[in-house]
Design a binder for this molecule. Structure first.
Ligand SMILES: [Zn+2]
Length: 139
């Protein structure tokens, strides 16, 4: 191998190492919550993937005010009271996704199933599925 080839090889190795280091050290791999811009980018990827695979996703809740969160808690629709226990929706780092049926007049289960879409979400750096709140995608 020529000297230029060895230098190029070391450069490629350095680049791959740098990529692996920063991928491994990114916050989502350590279980820390995503920043809002990271969440927005991941949610965009998820929605595009859903549409390309034939789903009809509808964004329901994304950002909630403290008052909206408290109202949902009082109605028993959330476990976060919005004051002592904050929801990731209050930081616009969670989205509730519903799926429109083929006729376009009602809500249905996702064609590929909740497990499939939550596995994809985790691949984009999102948190695991909450069994009692399957439409909730949190970063
Ligand atoms: Zn939610």
């Amino acid at each position: 191998m020529s000297r230029n080839g060895r230098v190029a090889g070391k450069g490629a190795l350095l680049l791959v190492s740098w990529f692996l280091f920063f991928s491994f050290c990114s916050k989502s791999h350590w279980g820390d919550p995503m920043k809002r811009h990271e969440f927005t980018a991941a949610l965009g990827k998820l929605l595009v993937d859903m549409i390309l695979k034939g789903e009809r996703p509808l964004l329901d809740w994304v950002k909630r005010s403290h008052e909206e969160q408290a109202r949902l808690f009082e109605q028993g629709l959330s476990k976060c009271d919005g004051v002592n226990k904050l929801s990731r929706h209050q930081r616009a780092c969670a989205a509730d996704i519903l799926f429109l049926n083929e006729a376009g007049n009602g809500i249905c289960e996702p064609i590929k199933g909740w497990g499939y879409w939550h596995d994809r979400w985790e691949q984009f750096g999102g948190k695991p599925m909450i069994d009692w709140d399957k439409g909730h995608f949190e970063g």
